[in-house]
Design a protein around this ligand. Structure first.
Ligand SMILES: *[C@@H]1O[C@H](CO)[C@@H](O)[C@H](O)[C@H]1NC(C)=O
Ligand SMILES: *[C@@H]1O[C@H](CO)[C@@H](O)[C@H](O)[C@H]1NC(C)=O
Ligand SMILES: *[C@@H]1O[C@H](CO)[C@@H](O)[C@H](O)[C@H]1NC(C)=O
Ligand SMILES: *[C@@H]1O[C@H](CO)[C@@H](O)[C@H](O)[C@H]1NC(C)=O
Ligand SMILES: *[C@@H]1O[C@H](CO)[C@@H](O)[C@H](O)[C@H]1NC(C)=O
Ligand SMILES: *[C@@H]1O[C@H](CO)[C@@H](O)[C@H](O)[C@H]1NC(C)=O
Length: 939
């Protein structure tokens, strides 16, 4: 409305103000035309009535002498609305180009009254209704008309025939119906005629040979019937003929042999019959020949070999017989050969790979014929091949190793042949592969692990062969896999658990093999149909309605060297062991958890029933807060003990002992992080001193004693797991890493003085408590001190030497080698007893380490610097302040720092009796700290 009112005012003002009457009609017409449009991007802003010279307006061109508007180019401006009558005022308009807008409404018949129009381009709009019958009545000047991609209906107007100068007509992609006007071939100037994608029907009128200049005719996708015009060959300039997807019948008219300039013939999807005549070889300009989906028969003519420019040949879906002619070896330019779905016989032609010039071939589809023979052994030379389909033939022999040369292939389909031998490991060379289909052959051997190199693989069908061995777990790396069919083979072994990680899976069929063990849990496998897993009597899990065996007669076996191995001849085996162990641990953890829940009468959200059913074990409750169970009282069976009731391993054990979750390694074992179901982390230490560990009873007694140690500055031992060959200690997880990391790793932010003091004091308190409980740490070092999120230190790894049968110094020092520099001198001296004072020594070294930021022993270029000695020297030289970590940049109170250094040196005295107790150390530190309270606030 607003627009209309404005337009009206504008019009009035134009009429009133105009001083150049000659321009009146054009300005008026354009402003009126604009008024009927919506211009969301204000592209027509320059179209203003204040400016009486429309020749400067956007998209408007004028005749330089008459100043009358001759051209209007408003393409792709997102204009909507109608093509209004205003245009009729533009008496001298020659080009009207409004393509790629959003114009609606019907085609205004009066437009044709502009006798000067040479070009009408309204393609790619939303025009509807039919083109008025008299639209072209005055089209004497019209050279080009395009209504392509609108929504036009009705018939092609008969008046079109009177456009004797028309060169180009494009009515494609509308919904125009009915027959072609009978006079259509009178358009003697016509060069390009595109009426594809409509609903036109009936037979072609006679007289096509009148179109002497025709270069392009596109009738694709209509409902034309009858025969291909017999005189089409008289249009000898034709370059492109497309009659595809119609109902043409009969054979190829003989006159077509005269289309010597034609580069593209498309007759796909008709009902043509008869043979492809020999003269096809005369069409030397042909680059594309598509005769697919017809009813053509007979042999493929030998003369095809003359078409040296031919790039695409599609003869698929006909009834061609005989062999592929040897002459095709001469078609040097071929990019695509599709002769699929015919009745071709004979040998696989040798020229396919024998001819070096075929190196550019991208599509080779010989599928669904009756070809016989072996796949050429040098097929890999087709290095540009994208699609390689030889399925449904009678190919025998093995798949050549050179198939790995098909590096650009996205599809390899050799299914439904008589192929035998194994799948060559070289298949891994086909790195672009998305679909690999080898089903319905006689392939044997294993599925090659190298298939994981085909990282884009989406479809993998190997069903109905004689494949054996197990499914490579590495397949779970192929994260794009959607469709996997391995059914009806002789595959054995269990299913890799990691398959559950394949998040895109929609189909996974392993039915009718000899697979065993548990189905993977999670992901697609939660909803896998029974039919996809049936026929494997030893598979278990809820899907196949068979519960998995509860108790495995062997204790859990973890091979410390088998983590994360892939590839190689036997990784599956090792991998399986771990997987099995972890699943057993899950079950154990779940059982313990449930007992705890029952005791606590706490309603928790338990999703462990499935795990439970897999581990129907006897549970025994022993002692107050300490739960354990040992199924069938088998002394060899693993035993998990948690000291307090709040641990639940059900969700977290996948990460248990996973190399990626490794936190660190020490003299006593490797530490891994795992996350519990409630999101809480624990650290699990796998003891590597198994062979030395005391008997189970003694081990348990010692560990339980350690489990009772609870202090703010000590890492709590939460539980343990025991078998003769494997012991795990379960610790609280401390988030911020070790003191060592904070001090020595370059990417850490520097600890402030205050933070360092907190660490020094906290460590002392923790050790003092430990000593009160009569426990010697034995293994103090900065990697064993952890820092929690509030900056408090927690001393870990204490008391582990107690797990060894004798406190043998040799064993100890060999186990604690890494603690070099922290070890009190008495460790090297067999006659001196190890006491809590040995810990004090280590603590002293730690204090010096914290203050200086230097390691206890540093290896210089040609020197070894022992921290204690270095500081002692500096103290004697009265330059001990220089030893304090340079990163603190004098930002520390000297009256605190110097005494702490001295305390550290005293703790690290050579003679044990000279060292203070940890209690005393705590007291001294608190004394040192008090006077400096104010200092810290200044920071
Ligand atoms: C055409 O109009 C429709 C709705 O009116 C809009 O969604 C579409 O984006 C427009 N197209 C162009 C090319 O402006
Ligand atoms: C006809 O117009 C459509 C749509 O713009 C275009 O894709 C097609 O190439 C045109 N046909 C010819 C022969 O130019
Ligand atoms: C074409 O016109 C029909 C009605 O004749 C309408 O239903 C359809 O939405 C239109 N399509 C477009 C793309 O405008
Ligand atoms: C087509 O061309 C051939 C040979 O040039 C000629 O004999 C024939 O009369 C022409 N046909 C028509 C219908 O013009
Ligand atoms: C092909 O020809 C056969 C008979 O020769 C006929 O039965 C069949 O329907 C034809 N197919 C097509 C697609 O025209
Ligand atoms: C050959 O034609 C068939 C049927 O028209 C079609 O499905 C196939 O994609 C074509 N092949 C190539 C390589 O274009």
């Amino acid at each position: 409305m607003v627009l209309k009112v404005t337009a009206f005012i504008v019009l009035v003002s134009v009429v009133v103000n105009s001083q150049q009457p000659a321009f009146n009609d054009d300005v008026l017409g354009l402003i009126f035309f604009k008024a009927g449009l919506s211009d969301p991007n204000a592209k027509l802003q320059s179209w203003s009535s204040d400016d009486n010279d429309p020749c400067n307006w956007l998209g408007v061109k004028c005749d330089p002498t008459t100043y009358r508007v001759t051209e209007l180019h408003l393409d792709g401006l997102a204009l909507s609305g109608h093509v209004g009558r205003g245009l009729l005022r533009l008496q001298f308009l020659q080009i009207l180009s409004l393509s790629k807008n959003n114009l609606t409404g019907t085609v205004n018949s009066e437009l044709s009254h502009i006798g000067s129009l040479r070009v009408i381009d309204l393609r790619e709009n939303c025009l509807s209704g039919s083109i008025p019958d008299e639209f072209f009545a005055q089209c004497g000047s019209l050279r080009s008309v395009s209504f392509a991609r609108n929504n036009l209906t009705g018939q092609l107007p008969g008046s079109l025939s009177s456009c004797s100068k028309l060169v180009e007509a494009n009515f494609s992609s509308n919904r125009i119906s009915g027959r072609l006007p009978s006079g259509i071939w009178y358009l003697r100037s016509l060069q390009s005629f595109d009426i594809s994608g409509n609903l036109l029907e009936g037979e072609m009128p006679d007289g096509m040979s009148n179109l002497y200049d025709l270069r392009l005719i596109d009738l694709r996708n209509n409902r034309f019937s009858g025969r291909i015009p017999g005189d089409i060959g008289n249009c000898s300039h034709l370059k492109s003929v497309d009659f595809s997807d119609n109902y043409f019948h009969g054979d190829l008219p003989d006159s077509m042999r005269r289309l010597g300039s034609c580069s593209s013939i498309g007759l796909r999807g008709n009902s043509l019959r008869g043979q492809v005549p020999d003269w096809i070889g005369e069409l030397r300009s042909l680059e594309s020949l598509d005769l697919s989906a017809n009813n053509l028969s007979g042999g493929i003519p030998f003369s095809l070999g003359n078409l040296q420019l031919l790039r695409e040949l599609n003869l698929s879906m006909n009834m061609f017989t005989g062999a592929l002619p040897q002459s095709m070896a001469n078609c040097y330019s071929l990019l695509a050969i599709d002769v699929s779905h015919n009745l071709l016989t004979g040998n696989v032609p040798s020229w396919i790979s024998g001819n070096k010039l075929m190196g550019s071939l991208q599509v080779l589809d010989l599928s669904s014929n009756a070809l016989y023979g072996e796949i050429p052994s040098d097929i890999g030379v087709l290095s540009s091949l994208v699609l390689f389909n030889m399925s449904r033939n009678r190919l025998f022999g093995s798949i050549p190793a050179s198939i790995g040369g098909l590096k650009t292939s996205k599809v390899i389909d050799l299914s439904s042949n008589l192929l035998n031998g194994s799948i060559p490991s070289e298949i891994g060379g086909a790195v672009s592969l998305k679909k690999l289909k080898l089903q319905r052959n006689f392939l044997s051997g294993k599925i090659p692990v190298q298939i994981v190199n085909c990282s884009s693989l989406i479809v993998l069908n190997l069903s109905r062969n004689n494949l054996s061995g197990s499914i490579p777990p590495a397949i779970s790396i192929l994260s794009n896999l959607e469709y996997v069919d391995l059914s009806l083979n002789d595959l054995t072994g269990s299913l890799p658990k990691e398959l559950a990680n394949l998040s895109q899976l929609v189909f996974f069929n392993i039915s009718h093999n000899h697979l065993c063990g548990e189905l993977p849990l999670g992901g697609f496998f939660n909803t896998i149909p029974t039919s996809s897993v049936s026929g494997n009597p030893s598979l278990c899990g809820s899907v196949v309605n068979r519960s998995c065996p509860a108790v495995h007669n062997k204790p859990i076996v973890l091979n410390p060297n088998s983590r994360g191995s892939t590839g190689g001849p036997s990784p599956n085996h090792q991998r399986k062991k771990i997987v099995f162990s972890i699943s057993a641990l899950i079950a154990i953890g779940a059982a313990a958890f449930i007992v705890i829940c029952v005791v606590a009468i706490t309603v928790l959200n338990i999703h462990v029933r499935s795990s439970m059913s897999r581990a129907p074990v006897a549970l025994t409750l022993s002692g107050g807060e300490d739960f354990s169970f040992s199924p069938n009282n088998d002394p060899n069976y693993g035993k998990l003990v948690m000291f307090s009731g709040d641990a639940d391993f059900v969700g977290g054990t996948q990460a248990l002992l996973n190399k990626d979750c490794e936190l660190g390694r020490g003299g006593f074992g490797t530490v891994y992080r795992t996350i519990l179901r409630d999101g809480l982390s624990v650290a699990i230490k796998k003891l590597t001193i198994s062979s030395l560990v005391k008997s189970r009873d003694e081990f348990e007694r010692e560990v339980k004693k350690l489990g009772k140690i609870r202090h703010h500055n000590l890492v709590a031992l939460e539980g343990y797991y025991w078998t003769p060959s494997l012991q795990l200690l379960i610790y609280e997880f401390v988030s911020s890493g070790s003191l060592y990391k904070h001090l020595h790793e370059p990417d850490r932010s520097c600890l402030s003085w205050k933070q360092r003091f907190v660490v020094i004091l906290g460590m002392a308190k923790g050790l003092a408590y430990l000593h009160r409980m009569n426990i010697i740490h034995y293994n103090l070092k900065s990697t064993n001190v952890l820092i929690d999120c509030s900056g408090e230190p927690k001393v870990g790894d204490f008391g582990l030497a107690r797990l060894l049968p004798t406190l043998d110094h040799c064993v100890l020092s060999s186990k604690i080698q890494s603690a070099l520099g922290y070890m009190a001198p008495e460790f090297a001296c067999k006659t001196v007893k190890i006491t809590t004072k040995s810990d004090v020594y280590g603590y002293g070294v730690l204090v010096l380490e914290v203050i200086t930021g230097k390691k206890p022993v540093e290896y210089m270029e040609d020197d070894v610097v022992v921290l204690c000695d270095m500081i002692r020297g500096a103290l004697e030289d009265r330059r001990v302040e220089e030893c304090i970590d340079g990163r603190l940049r004098s930002n520390f109170p000297a009256e605190e720092a110097i005494p702490v250094i001295k305390l550290g040196l005293i703790c690290a005295s050579q003679v044990p009796s000279n060292r203070p107790d940890m209690e005393e150390v705590v007291n001294i530190l608190e004394l040192i700290q008090c006077p400096s309270e104010g200092h810290e606030e200044l920071e």
